[in-house]
Design a protein around this ligand. Structure first.
Ligand code: NAX
Length: 327
C-alpha cells in the first residue's frame, strides 16, 4: 500500500460528482494500492446534498477510502490536496452572453486558483471539467503563480473517447485497435478530432474512411455529442464525463502506453502555432507523472484551418477574460 492521496472534488453534489465519487473511492482514479482522502467542495445550498452522497460513500465500505470531508470553505477544500477535480461551474442560462458566462466562472475559478496556490500539496495536479473548461483552467492557473503551470489541465478526454468510439463503430474494430487519435483546440463545438495520425491496424485512419464521412459525419458527431446526449437523455453527459475524468487522471499518474498518446487540454509551449500559455487540447503522452505535448507532427491542409479556428476561439476567450481582469 502506498501513502494516501488527498483528492478534492468541487461540485460534488452535481450529477458528474455523483458518477465520479464512487469510482474515485473504489480506487479507479490512481490505482488499487492507493488510499484516498476525499474532500468535497460545494456551495452552501448544496452542502446537505453532498453530505448525503458522503453517507452513501461511507455505506460502500470501500477499503481504500480513508476519510470524507464536506465543506463550503474553498481554502479548507484544497488544504494538502494532491489531485483537484474542478467540476462545479456556473452553467450558461438563457439570455446569458459568453462574456457573462466567463465572468461568472471567473468568480469561481479565481478563488479556487488562489486557494490551490496557498494550500495545496507541492505535487498538486488540477483537472478542470467545469465549462468553459479550457478558459476556466486558464483563470485558475493565472491565480496560482507558485504552482508550475503544467499542473493545470482541462478535460478533452471525453471528446477523445467519443472520437475513438465513433471511429471504432465506423471501421468495425475494437477501440483498443486504435492508436494515436487526437483532439485539438477547445472543448467546444470547434474542437478538431484528428484522424491523420490515428492508426488502425498499423495504417492511418484517415486513409480508411471517406473524406466526406470525416468532414460531414465524424467531426460534427464528436463535436456535437454533448448536445445530442442532452436531446436524448434530457440531461447532460454525466457518467461518461466522470469516466473521462478518471481516465485523464489515471493516465497522468500512470502514463500512456509505449507508442500511443491521448488528448488533454494543457498549457501551450507555442507548438503547432498555438499561442504560448493558452490551455488547448493537444496529442499528449504521459510519463513520470507529466503530460507532454507530442512534437513534430506534420499538420496537413485539411487539419490546419480546423485547428486554427478552434485555437482562435481560445484566443478570443482569453481576450475576454483579460478584459475582465481575470488573467
Ligand atoms: P450540475 O449542475 O449537476 O452540478 C454542478 C455542481 O457544482 C452543483 O452541485 C453546484 O452546486 C456546484 N457548484 C457551483 N458552483 C460551485 C462552486 N463555486 N464551488 C463548488 N461547487 C459549485 O452539473 P454537472 O452535470 O455535474 O456538470 C458540471 C460541469 O461539467 C458543467 O460546467 C458542465 O458544463 C461540465 N461538463 C464538462 C465536460 C467536459 O468534457 N469538459 C463534459 C460534461 C459536462 O458538460
Amino acid at each position: 500500500t502506498r501513502s494516501p492521496v488527498t483528492v478534492t472534488v468541487t461540485g460534488a453534489a452535481g450529477q458528474i460528482g455523483y458518477a465520479l465519487l464512487f469510482r474515485i473511492a473504489s480506487g479507479q482514479l490512481i490505482g488499487p494500492d492507493t488510499p484516498i482522502n476525499l474532500r468535497l467542495l460545494e456551495i452552501p445550498q448544496a452542502v446537505k446534498a453532498a453530505e448525503g452522497t458522503a453517507m452513501e460513500l461511507t455505506d460502500c465500505a470501500f477499503p481504500l477510502l480513508r476519510s470524507i470531508e464536506v465543506t463550503d470553505d474553498t481554502r479548507r477544500a484544497f488544504e494538502g490536496t494532491n489531485i483537484a477535480l474542478l467540476v462545479g461551474a456556473r452553467p450558461r442560462t438563457q439570455g446569458m452572453e459568453r462574456g457573462d458566462l466567463l465572468e461568472a466562472n471567473g468568480g469561481i475559478f479565481k478563488p479556487q486558483g488562489e486557494a490551490i496556490n496557498a494550500n495545496a500539496a507541492d505535487d498538486v495536479r488540477v483537472l478542470v471539467v467545469g465549462n468553459p473548461a479550457n478558459t476556466n483552467a486558464l483563470i485558475a492557473q493565472a491565480h496560482a503563480p507558485d504552482v508550475p503551470a503544467e499542473r493545470f489541465t482541462a478535460m478533452t478526454r471525453l471528446d477523445h473517447n467519443r472520437a475513438l468510439a465513433q471511429l471504432a463503430i465506423k471501421l468495425g474494430v475494437g477501440v483498443d485497435e486504435i492508436r494515436r487519435l487526437a483532439i485539438w483546440g477547445n472543448h467546444s463545438a470547434t474542437q478538431y478530432p484528428d484522424l491523420f495520425h490515428a492508426e488502425v491496424g498499423g495504417k492511418i485512419a484517415a486513409e480508411q474512411v471517406e473524406r466526406q464521412w470525416m468532414s460531414d459525419e465524424f467531426i460534427p458527431t464528436v463535436a456535437k455529442r454533448g448536445a445530442a446526449i442532452i436531446e436524448a437523455r434530457g440531461a447532460s453527459s454525466a457518467a461518461s464525463a466522470a469516466n473521462a475524468a478518471i481516465d485523464h487522471v489515471h493516465t497522468w499518474v500512470n502514463g500512456t502506453a509505449e507508442g500511443d498518446w491521448t488528448s488533454a487540454g494543457v498549457v501551450s509551449d507555442g507548438s503547432y502555432g498555438v499561442p504560448e500559455g493558452l490551455i488547448s487540447s493537444f496529442p499528449v503522452t504521459a510519463r513520470d507523472g507529466r503530460y507532454e505535448i507530442v512534437r513534430g507532427l506534420d499538420i496537413d491542409e485539411f487539419s490546419r484551418p480546423r485547428i486554427d479556428a478552434s485555437v482562435q476561439e481560445l484566443v478570443d476567450e482569453r481576450e475576454t477574460v483579460r478584459g475582465l481582469g481575470l488573467v
